[in-house]
Design a protein around this ligand. Sequence first.
Ligand code: ZN
Length: 842
Amino acid sequence: MQTVSRLYDQLHPHHYDIHWDLTHTKSDRAVHGTVTISGTQHDEHAIRLHVKELDIAHVRVNDTLVNDFTLDAVNDEILIPHTNNGPVTIAIDFSLKMTDAMHGLYPCYFVHDGVKQELYATQFESHHAREAFPCIDEPEAKATFSVSMTHPEHLTALSNMPVSTQEGRDKATLTTFAITPVMSTYLVAFVVGDLQRATKTTDGGVEVNVYATKVHRPKALQFALDHAARTIDFFDDYFGVPYPLPKSDHVALPDFASGAMENWGLVTYREIALLADPKTISVSGKQYIAEVVSHELSHQWFGNLVTMKWWDNLWLNESFASVMEYLAPAALYPEWNSWFDFTTNEGVIALRRDCIDGVQPVEVAVNHPDEIRSLFDGAIVYAKGGRLLHMMQSWIGEDAFRAGLKAYFTKHQYANTTGDDLWNALSKTSHKDVAGLMHTWITQSGYPVVHASLDSGELVLSQEQFFVGPHQPSEKLWPVPLRTNLHDLPELLDTRELRVPFTRNDTLYINSDNTGHFIVHYDETLRHRIISDLAGGKLTDIQRAQFLHEQLMLARGGYMSSSSLLELLALYSEESNEKVWDIMTLAIAELKKFIERDEPAEKKLRAFVGQLASTEYQRLGLDAEDGESEDDTKLRSTIVGCMVYSEDAAVIAELRRRYEASPLDELDPELRSLMISSLVRNSSDDALIDHLLQAYRTASSSDLKNDITSGLSATKRVEVISRLLPLLKDENTIRRQDVVHWYVALLGNKYGRVVTWQWLRDEWSWIETAYEGDKSYDYFPRYAASLLTTREQLDEYRTFFVPQRANAALTRTIDMGLLDLEGRIDLLERDAPAVIDALHKL
Ligand SMILES: [Zn+2]
């Protein structure tokens, strides 16, 4: 494996003075810059800095011109000969060419009042600061930064700190920002553009600003503003260390590769993750914004104030933020029941990814920076890591957790840490061996299935690694916190097998609050006790969701037949909880896979789903009642979706009537996607497609655009899909950031799968050019693997992607993709006859 040396070893930077000139950007895409780095040299011969695709004009060391510097493009380095140890100042004039790739320093495009405009933004995580200025681009190399910019005079300029001075210069403005505290290069940021602002001050005196282009209504900025201000006050109190900077800016960017980026004091977002226009936003859209803003704000402490030493501890940032993204909303909006969402969102994502052989552990060695991209496997580093931290939080208790965090932030602020520093802080406050519990979970990939069975007056508990798909044998063991409902049972299963006397007839629930990262396989006796409790209405909401999902996973893993899911689902016909319904729809989606090519069975499943949803449909109808819970509002779209799937003619006709009675942006945001998709699916009218595409091109609301994407992608007509696919490369229609969404939606449609799969292979070189530096690059092979369904497609996948394994950013994704795909095809072949048979018996 390729490795790189750490440059921090030979130069400790203390301060950077950076200036970028953005006044010529529009004409020739060139940005000129200067940087002066003061630091301490620890190498006797030379200074090495990170640079990537920068033109270096002049280098001065201690005010002396150095001409014999060399550039090493393979390692992204400039090597400057300089014999000295000790204090040193390096000044470099450089320039760069902006490209549309959404990292380094890049332009965003938007149309306002019919005029095409640009703004300029940065995205430096993980190792893209070197594309914008020479630096030691490693998280440990913390320094202070003085940032300044020359830019067109009418534009707003933002950076990590507040503006300190502004002066006019020949139709341009020179904006200088206050010096930052010590921080890592990947968190440095700026945004320059024609922006509107909404502002307020937190109780703790921090100025909070939300910015967006003027394309949006000012009202769209308000929800995020209020939520951000409340969240900063909440974290000030919860972490016991106040928000470290004087201001907190949140900027919605028209073009953005991921969801959001936690740049210190200047968080950047995709528009859909920040802007909530009351006219077009759904409840779940608003909750998503609250989660993302909470996630990014928690990073202002965890990640920014205290930073991982190196990228192998990236989970320290992301796992933690993935917990905080629920913890803050859980406190601020108790009615949302966010911890339940945590189990049905993060829990489900983690369990589904972590069961494939070859998955990465949460903590993994990073040799080359290019591997960092493949480390952003969100299902593991975010979801599983978050789940593990929450498991530990439940194990040590809330008070010890908070006290430990406060001690951790106080001790390590403005410095770097590893996971052990966090475990030590939490062990001290909890008096429990936190490292002992967490070390195995964090460094070992996968998770166990705990088998629970009764045997001659004893309860037998045993564990083995749980897999879906082909896999190597595994001897792994985990310390499993059992958290049973019966108090005389052991707390931990850390051996292969454990036997305890057990003669009672009580129902046994293991992992009874679903905070543990494992699943349970009960023997028939124990399973029947749970099922009879389920039928008798004795399970909690969380247990109902958890039990169904565990059964689903066990079916995938071959521990039971998928056909039994039908029988089990029938027991949920009186279910009224929105989050349990989320899992029910997952189970329904699972069943759909088995009957894709069997129309009579599909008809049976449609009828079954309609029946399952009928009680709730009668309760909820199509219109929100005054004062109903937001859970019910969200549930309505799930239930109506089931009615549409069941081909209920009255529901479909009414959705059509409503669609035709209002302009698109005035449709009920909760049902809008269903209205569009059910219309598209049942129509052969090309004018409808034209109309929706035109609306897509001009809509300012990302929520509306997403619904049009889902709606158009639901077509049954291959000719429509063939018309949509070329648009994925047409940036006047589909922004580069949204291509993956379209691709997944089209590939998920059984009528579009073959042509979309072909499109991917035909357009691969375009994808490589457009996405290679992005986190979303590996989504293309990854989603293909999770959505293709036939052996022929598996062969095609192998033929196409195996030769790409040499690319470090794709190796793991491709290897797992093959296993994922093979596992699914085996499952479909194994269980389809039984599922179809069970459907016919209904
Ligand atoms: Zn994050």
